[in-house]
Write a protein that binds this ligand. Structure first.
Ligand SMILES: Nc1nc2c(ncn2[C@@H]2O[C@H](COP(=O)(O)OP(=O)(O)OP(=O)(O)O)[C@@H](O)[C@H]2O)c(=O)[nH]1
Length: 569
């Protein structure tokens, strides 16, 4: 298997095994080398002893000859002393070669040869008599034995030396081989271990890198997943908020409720932002700030022109990164503080027409958070606004007279019955004024139908302006009008009727030629409970009083018959 394919664990294990085996081998070889060294040292000692034995043997022989030739006693004494020393050396030699049987045998034989040779010299010394030197020479047999002994000793010494030298060579060779093998094993084992460790380290580093990359990828995908989950949660919250807002808007009965729901919803969903809700008036000449929430960070025009907002001009949300520097909508003033203010204006469009806009503003620079949610909320608001307007318009059409804007006859009959019941419950009076424009046929004939319409509208406007909020002004039909005055007694009713009559007489209706036309009205007054307890009864009584006012000369007020003290004014 190539080294690069070995796993890091295997690599480290193999390197450890090699290093341990190498260590054991080196220790074993060191022990062997130690033993070899000791043996070599001993061989040198043996050789030294052999040299010493040879030297002592030569000394002993020389001393014996000295004694035999010169008869000096000192030479004889030295002979005995050297002989003793020679024996001690020989004993030491035997000790040194005790574990080597052949050398031991050779050493014993050398010792024996020495003993024999020294015995010859000792014998010659013992038999020597001063002045008898010539006798020695005469003993040829002894001389021959001495020479043979010398040769024998020399031969045995050589044998021992040869054997020790062979041993020395063998031991040196073995020690050298051991050292070389240690070197070889170390030279191979250590680089191989290092290679394995390096390879394992490299693989480990690579695996570490791969693991780190995998961990980084896993953590990135984890973060991505978390972000997606958070986004989904936000989306779900947004959808929930949107759905709740939508259902609340659908339940709203009028525009005012829409504004309140919108204000509450935006305050909750966009807590850091101030909101301004503008609605363009039906006349489209200006917009009106009809609701606001939060603390505005810039001044806002309460009644700007519709085109004062860029979102209306562009029919799209308009983001302002910083109100201090960017292209502000003209309806937003310059923020007073030094801090950046960001904002967005979102148009409210329904059925292709912009009906208003929502302006959101907050401290700091940039886009508002969750702008898309704000846009979708505004879409819902636009639809709800259009629906409420449509509903109000239909309701208006159903109960209002188109020419005068007053309530129509159907509404009159419904509300009269309701108001009578209410006043009866509270034991309060209720007055009904039946009003009719005098000689209106003649007015029409003289000035035209359009002028007639204008006169009716002008009269209706005047009546409406003179009404209290609880009064109900209606066009009964043609040029006839009815005014219901709840909780009004006869005296007050007559006062109000007289005010209307006088007001009508003061009306000036301009014709095409610039002339100012005048009208007068007659009014009949009936009172609940004096003239009846039901609507029809009261209206008939009022009608009769009106007829009387006409009959008595018009431009006057008459009270229905049966009323107490007050008669016609
Ligand atoms: N211009 C205009 N005329 C209307 C309207 N409705 C009713 N008229 C007219 O009002 C006139 C009512 O006339 P009459 O009922 O004869 O009464 P008058 O002329 O007002 O006379 P007196 O009520 O007796 O004073 C008729 O000519 C109708 O055509 C309307 O909506 N516009």
């Amino acid at each position: 298997m190539p080294l690069s394919k070995i796993s890091p664990l295997r690599g480290f294990l193999s390197a450890t095994v090699i290093l341990v085996a190498l260590g054991i081998y080196v220790v074993a070889n060191a022990i062997q080398l130690g033993a070899d060294y000791r043996l070599v040292t001993r061989t040198h000692e043996v050789l030294r002893h052999l040299d010493r034995i040879e030297t002592l043997k030569h000394e002993a022989v020389a001393e014996s000859r000295g004694y035999l030739l010169a008869g000096r006693g000192e030479a004889r004494d030295r002979f005995w002393r050297v002989s003793g020393e020679l024996h001690r050396e020989a004993a030491l030699l035997l000790d040194l070669v005790a574990d080597n049987a052949p050398q031991r045998t050779r050493s014993q034989k050398l010792l024996e040869a020495l003993d024999r040779r020294l015995a010859l010299s000792a014998d010659a010394i013992r038999t020597f008599r001063p002045g008898q030197a010539a006798t020695i020479n005469a003993s040829a047999a002894r001389v021959s034995a001495i020479r043979a002994g010398d040769v024998d000793v020399a031969r045995r010494l050589d044998q021992l030396r040869q054997a020790e030298r062979v041993l020395l060579a063998l031991r040196s060779q073995r020690a050298e081989r051991s050292a070389w093998l240690v070197l070889l094993a170390t030279g191979i084992g250590i680089p191989l271990s290092l290679l394995l460790i390096g390879q394992a380290h490299r693989r480990l580093a690579r695996e570490n890198r791969v693991r780190q990359q995998a961990e980084a990828a896993a953590s990135a995908s984890n973060a991505e997943l978390n972000a997606t989950v958070a986004q989904l949660a936000r989306l779900s919250d947004s959808m929930g908020a949107l759905s709740h807002y939508s259902s609340m808007l659908q339940g709203a009965s009028d525009a005012q409720e829409l504004y309140e729901i919108t204000s509450t919803t935006f305050r909750r969903l966009f807590p850091g932002l101030a909101g301004m809700l503008y609605v363009i008036r039906a006349s489209r000449d200006h917009a009106e700030l009809i609701a606001h929430w939060g603390s505005p960070v810039a001044p806002n025009d309460p009644s700007p022109e519709p085109h004062a907002c860029w979102s209306v001009r562009r029919h799209a949300p308009y983001v302002i990164d910083d109100l201090r520097q960017g292209m502000r909508c003209p309806h937003i003033g310059r923020p007073a503080g030094a801090e950046a203010v960001h904002g967005v204006c979102i148009p409210l469009s329904a059925h292709g027409e912009v009906v208003g806009w929502l302006s959101l503003q907050g401290e700091g620079r940039g886009h508002i958070a969750d702008e898309s949610l704000a846009v979708r909320l505004c879409e819902q608001l636009s639809l709800a606004l259009a629906n409420v307007r449509l509903r109000e318009s239909l309701r208006h059409q159903a109960v209002r007279d188109a020419l005068t804007g007053l309530f129509n006859r159907r509404y009159l009959e419904e509300s009269l019955a309701r108001e009578i019941a209410r006043c009866q419950r509270r034991q309060q009076p209720l007055a009904v004024l039946m009003m009719d424009v005098d000689h209106f046929k003649a007015f029409n004939d003289r000035h035209g139908h359009a002028q007639g319409d204008a006169a009716l509208a002008a009269f209706a406007r005047m009546v409406r302006e003179m009404c209290r909020p609880e009064d109900i002004a209606c066009r009964y039909g043609g040029e006839e009008f009815t005014l219901i005055l709840p909780e009004t007694d006869l005296a007050t009713a007559l006062e109000r009727a007289e005010d209307i009559r006088a007001g009508a007489a003061l009306l000036r209706i301009g014709d095409a030629g610039g002339a100012l036309l005048r009208i007068t009205v007659s009014i009949g007054v009936a009172l609940m409970p004096d003239h009846g307890d039901v609507g029809l009864e009261l209206m008939r009584a009022g009608d009769r009083a009106l007829y009387r006012a006409k009959h008595e000369g018009r431009d006057r007020v008459a009270v229905a018959a049966g009323a107490s003290a007050i008669g016609a004014i």
